[in-house]
Ligand binder design. Structure first.
Ligand code: GTP
Length: 382
């Protein structure tokens, strides 16, 4: 019996020890298990939403109408020079005022006449025309005896007008019998050719004509875009070719298209790079020859930048030798105080100034009129 009790006690102790050993060990935190394989990144399961299929809404859309270009109504050309007179006289005032101040002196002695000469030469009139003009003015004032400032102003206005050769034909050849009139626009880069083409298109549209524009300035890609903008504003179609393409081919296609659509006039913008005289002559000569397969070129306008003054005349000569220039467009006259360049251009080239540019606005191009121009020069200086 004693042995049984001892055995039971020992058994109880053994069981208790075993329990005490096991329980504390299980409550300790387990060390992190060494990753055997990388944990799989599971896409979060999308919630399964069972939706009733709904019929797509039926929206009947009107087909979008192509945007209607807003056509502009250009200003009438009559009286434009008068309207722009303020702009002209603002930049030319010094010229007119200077001359009239000199003529208002009590005594017109040799020194005063020399100063008058200097003023005219300084205004880009050119030496030869100035000598002639002053000689005639001097002679007439001598015949008149003691002339008043008002009389001398009138004489000056007359002489300046005479120097501008008012008898020259300044009309634009913008109509032709049974075919479109073809106007070719040439000139040095940056002189304002493309702008002038756009402005002329507006002048013609304002006068009730239909126009097509040919972007034969394939040298400057933006020129064709520029021309398209001008055309779209007045509803004029623009024919253009690939960049750096053959200008003559574009000119040919433009005239062809103009004949097909029956427009009154086709205006061709050219590149006119002055790389060298031979290259220019070749390019412009080819453009002209190719156009002439359709018929004659009715007007070749040379665009000259008035702000380049006498220097521009040398470049102008190259163009007159390359093509038969029939009229000059003098641009940027609003940006120079030297309006005398109009006299110099006509005298040097023997070609009439037909249009003048007086600003960057779309209708800032005016038919040139010698009398009105001189009045603007001398405006506010009476
Ligand atoms: N103030 C003034 N700016 C003008 C006149 N005519 C043209 N311009 C400006 O002169 C700049 C050159 O004009 P463009 O028509 O691009 O000259 P472009 O001769 O076609 O030049 P290229 O295509 O490079 O040969 C533009 O900024 C015109 O707005 C003008 O009468 N007055």
């Amino acid at each position: 019996m004693e042995y049984v009790v001892i055995a039971v006690v020992l058994l109880i102790l053994a069981i208790g020890g075993a329990v005490a050993y096991v329980v504390p060990r299980r409550s300790r935190p387990l060390p992190p298990a060494a990753p055997s394989t990388p944990p799989a990144v599971e896409e979060p399961a999308a919630p399964v939403v069972v939706e009733e299929p709904t019929a797509p809404p039926v929206i009947v859309e009107e087909p979008a109408a192509p945007p209607v270009p807003q056509l502009e109504t250009p200003e009438p050309t009559a009286g434009r020079l008068v309207r722009l007179r303020a702009r002209l006289s603002r930049s030319q005032n010094l010229f007119g005022k200077g001359l009239l101040a000199l003529l208002s002196r009590d005594k017109l002695d040799d020194d005063t006449w020399d100063e008058i000469e200097e003023t005219l030469i300084g205004a880009d009139v050119g030496v030869e025309p100035t000598t002639e003009l002053v000689g005639r003015l001097r002679e007439r004032s001598r015949v008149l005896g003691t002339a008043s400032a008002t009389e001398l102003r009138a004489l000056l206005a007359e002489e300046l007008t005479t120097a501008l050769d008012p008898g020259m034909d300044r009309s634009l050849a913008s109509t032709a019998e049974g075919r479109p009139a073809v106007l070719l626009v040439v000139g040095v880069n940056g002189s304002g050719k493309t702008t002038t083409c756009g402005k002329i298109a507006r002048v013609l549209v304002a006068d009730g004509r239909t126009v097509l524009l040919g972007a034969a300035d394939t040298f400057r890609a933006a020129a064709a875009d520029q021309l398209e903008t001008w055309g779209s504003r007045v509803g004029a179609e623009v024919v253009r070719g690939p960049e750096e393409g053959d200008p003559a081919a574009v000119a040919f296609d433009a005239v062809k298209r103009g004949k097909e659509t029956g427009v009154d006039a086709v205006l061709i913008d050219t590149a006119g790079r002055l790389q060298n005289k031979v290259g220019l002559m070749d390019e412009l000569g080819k453009v002209k020859r190719v156009i002439e397969r359709h018929g004659p070129v009715d007007e070749t306008l040379l665009v000259l930048d008035a702000t380049t003054g006498q220097n521009g005349l040398t470049q102008a000569k190259v163009f007159t030798e390359a093509v038969n220039v029939t009229g000059v467009v003098l641009t940027k006259l609003d940006g120079t105080a030297k309006g005398g360049i109009v006299i110099a251009v006509q005298r040097n080239l023997g070609i009439p100034v037909k249009l003048v540019g007086l600003g960057e606005g779309p209708d800032d191009l005016a038919p040139f009129d010698p009398g009105q121009f001189v009045e603007a020069l001398l405006a506010g200086a009476a």
